[in-house]
Write a protein that binds this ligand. Structure first.
Ligand code: GLA
Length: 399
């Protein structure tokens, strides 16, 4: 009896000991990179212009316009359905699209988009419901991922509404694992708004990009309850440059270029700065009704080349004096993409000193203006230009 008691006690306690030990080591290892988004994703998304008012005809028309406008040739690839494509789940829990808005279903839409040489993205949420009140993926992650893969989906934006006390890294990890288990390459876009600092864990759980703030609105500056102007968003992403690189990007949200709330000068600055930040370039305007200026901004190949530079470095603010700033992005060829930004309300001269860019002052470098497309005279020591209010001058500097 005396021998049996300790044995019994051991048998009772042993499982507790082992489960405690197991729990300590139960943090999943970092996910292998999925090999996607080696440069920042480029495409178009329904949300900024159309909100919940989306349908298969709207998305097909956008795909047509991506091709006809030259945007596809300029690098835009992903056609992204945001919130509100959803219908209900059936008794087995399978999600289906809204049958009125998507009468032919998502597979047919994906086939159409793929037929244009483009890729299709979809949207869900880590909680019970999406921000628009549609069914979320919580508890259905693997089922939804399989469905997306069967439809031919290439990109998932995964939002964070209605998540209650859920843990962000593990919620996003579950969906990353679910996407991976499908065997289909699917870019994973984390839309957690930066609250849980996804730049610290987004790549490790298998994400390709993560939002760094609340939603953008079509304004130069100023904050709403959940929305921020272009300058406010820029200031949030500015310090996060160490976290960006091939396969894993900071996402300061989609573009507002062409939506009417800013001037073309401001839109050129917005687009230049997003390229300078190696941000995803996701247009958010009505592609079927673009002004020539909007189209010229969105298809500026020299600026896009800065965004897509294979080094994948995010630009940094290297000088600031009041409203006047110098931003520098190292390029794979050893050059720099430089943005001179004037936040003020009068024309101002801004100088980028070579030393601020990490070059010796005696260096003579070639300079190309990315908005006029002209080669300027080579310069030694620095480059200066007059910059419009709320505008930029953007150049490449090549030693
Ligand atoms: C959140 C996201 C937006 C958009 C909407 C859709 O606000 O941050 O980008 O996806 O939800 O409801």
């Amino acid at each position: 009896m005396n021998r049996v008691l300790p044995l019994l006690a051991f048998l009772l306690v042993f499982p507790l000991l082992t489960s405690a030990t197991h729990a300590d080591t139960d943090i999943p290892p970092p996910a292998e990179p999925n090999g996607l988004a080696l440069t920042p994703p480029m495409g178009w998304n329904t949300w900024n212009k159309f909100g919940c008012n989306i349908s298969e005809s709207l998305i097909k028309a956008a795909a047509d316009s991506l091709v006809a406008s030259g945007m596809k040739d300029a690098g835009y690839q992903y056609v992204l359905m945001d919130d509100c494509w959803h219908g209900a789940r059936n008794a087995a829990g399978d999600i289906a699209p809204d049958p009125t808005r998507f009468p032919h279903g998502i597979k047919a839409l994906a086939d159409y988009v793929h037929g244009k040489g483009l890729k299709l993205g979809i949207y869900s949420d880590a909680g019970d419901k999406t921000c628009g009140g549609k069914p979320g993926s919580r508890g259905h992650e693997f089922q939804d991922a399989l469905r997306y893969a069967a439809w031919g989906i290439d990109y998932l934006k995964y939002d964070w509404c209605h998540t209650s006390t859920q843990d962000a890294p593990s919620s996003y990890r579950t969906m990353a694992d679910a996407l991976r288990a499908t065997g289909r390459p699917i870019v994973f876009s984390l839309c957690e708004w930066g609250n849980a600092k996804p730049w610290n864990w987004g790549a490790a759980i298998g994400g390709n990009l993560w939002r760094t703030s609340g939603d953008i609105w079509d304004k130069w500056q100023g904050k709403g309850e959940y929305q921020l102007g272009v300058m406010d968003i820029l200031d949030k992403v500015a310090e996060l440059y160490p976290y960006a690189g091939p396969g894993h990007w900071n996402d300061p949200d989609m573009l507002e270029v062409g939506n009417g709330g800013m001037t073309d000068t401001e839109y050129r600055a917005h687009f230049s700065l997003w390229a300078e930040m190696a941000a995803p370039l996701i247009a958010g305007n009505d592609l079927t009704a673009m002004t020539p200026a909007t189209k010229a901004i969105l298809t500026n190949r020299a600026v896009i080349a800065v965004d897509q530079d294979r080094l994948g470095a995010q630009g940094r603010r290297v000088a600031k004096s009041g409203d006047l700033e110098v931003w520098s992005k190292p390029l794979a060829d050893g050059g720099r993409a430089v943005v001179l930004l004037n936040r003020g309300t009068t024309v101002n001269r801004i100088t980028a000193d070579w030393t601020a860019l990490g070059y010796p002052a005696h260096l003579t470098a070639k300079i190309r203006d990315l908005w006029t497309g002209q080669d300027l005279a080579p310069a030694t020591g620095g480059f200066a230009a007059d910059v419009e209010p709320h505008g930029v001058v953007m150049v490449t500097i090549t030693p």
